[in-house]
Design a protein around this ligand. Structure first.
Ligand SMILES: NC(=O)c1ccc[n+]([C@@H]2O[C@H](COP(=O)([O-])OP(=O)(O)OC[C@H]3O[C@@H](n4cnc5c(N)ncnc54)[C@H](O)[C@@H]3O)[C@@H](O)[C@H]2O)c1
Length: 318
């Protein structure tokens, strides 16, 4: 079977997991890693027996590399993703995809012009329990969808210094809501604030409303001493609850609680396997650049809503 030649740009806390997963997958061949921190690049490259670079432009000249993961700091993602797309490589860019929607649009245009895959690291979508919820909502197994609530809390992450909790953390749930509602929200109202972070918000409450009165509520913060990642979806006949960490799913109605069991699987590996398969088999990815752009548009509208203390109507494209 042909393997896809891949590389990772930015092998810090998260990017090194991309490198490890690519190394472990049957469908990919990790060719090289790149990090501006030379010591880090060298040590990760040594660990996986591949070539180290500190300059991505130089690495991207290697024709064995067909696709890259971009896992740099959030505000640098778009610049590195654009370099890779211009070098003819397929790209998986980590969330939040870009520092702003303007940059994200350039990525979309470049990928389209060059006929390349562009996908965004919204790995929650690969968790089997979330796929179950998506199917159940679509088939109305819990009756009519009424609302959904997401909670994503953790302690203050020292490593994040260039974006706040909305673009770093809540954006996962913005994408999840787009995925399970399978339609765009029409309005966003948000409250954000900073307790510990000097520059960016470290807590956010975001409400999305949909036509026909459905709503989604997203609560994210970096103030809670323990990690929580939960989703509750309420239908007219039953509710579904998912714990993203254990991947346990519960479905409760008036009479009983069911617990469909799925073996725990590493979401990142599922995501990268799908990325490689889509390129090798020329299939459309589950998450496109458009999904990345739309999530970012909603995140930016949430920040504007909080700053202006008013609900923001989402445009035709969001
Ligand atoms: N999808 C997810 O669940 C998930 C989880 C964690 C992090 N992330 C995303 O991954 C990205 C990285 O997060 P992290 O926690 O690993 O941060 P990090 O600070 O630990 O690592 C970032 C690395 O990128 C390197 N870097 C910066 N600019 C570079 C450049 N131009 N070229 C090469 N290397 C460069 C840095 O030296 C550093 O080693 C962020 O965008 C974050 O939002 C996504």
């Amino acid at each position: 079977m042909k393997k896809l030649g891949v590389a990772v740009i930015g092998v810090g806390g998260w990017g090194k997991n991309h490198a490890r997963a690519y190394k472990e997958l049957d469908s990919t061949e990790l060719v090289a890693v790149c990090d501006v921190n030379a010591e880090r690049a060298k040590s990760i490259a040594k660990q996986f027996g591949v070539k180290a670079y500190t300059n991505s432009a130089r690495m991207l000249k290697n024709p064995e590399i067909e696709a890259v993961s971009v896992c740099t700091w959030s505000t640098i993602l778009a610049k590195e993703a654009l370099k890779a797309l211009n070098a003819g490589k397929h790209v998986l860019v980590e969330k939040p995809m870009a520092a702003n929607t303007k940059q994200a649009k350039v990525l979309l245009e470049t990928a389209e012009k060059n006929g390349l895959h562009l996908t965004v690291g919204f790995l929650m979508r690969f968790i089997p329990g979330l796929q179950h919820i998506r199917r159940a909502v679509e088939k109305k197994e819990i009756g009519e969808l009424v609302c959904a609530t997401a909670k994503r809390f953790s302690q203050w992450p020292e490593r994040i210094g260039d974006v706040g909790v909305v673009k770093d953390t809540a954006i996962h749930d913005i994408d999840v809501m787009r995925y399970i509602f399978n339609e765009e929200p029409i309005m966003v109202y948000a409250k954000t604030g900073n307790m510990r972070h000097r520059k960016f918000e470290d807590y956010a409450q975001i409400m999305l409303t949909y036509k026909d009165g459905k709503s989604a509520f997203i609560e994210s913060n970096w103030l809670t001493p323990y990690k929580t990642r939960l989703l509750t979806v309420t239908g007219s006949n039953a509710i579904m609850r998912l714990d993203y960490m254990t991947q346990e799913l519960w479905i409760e109605d008036q009479k009983e609680t069911l617990q469909p069991r799925y073996a725990w699987q590493e979401p990142l590996k599922l995501e990268l396997q799908h990325f490689a398969e889509c390129i090798l088999e020329k299939k459309k990815p589950l998450i496109t650049g458009v999904d990345g752009l739309k999530a970012l548009e909603i995140a930016e509208a949430a920040l504007r809503s909080s700053a202006k203390n008013k609900a923001i109507k989402l445009g035709a494209s969001a």
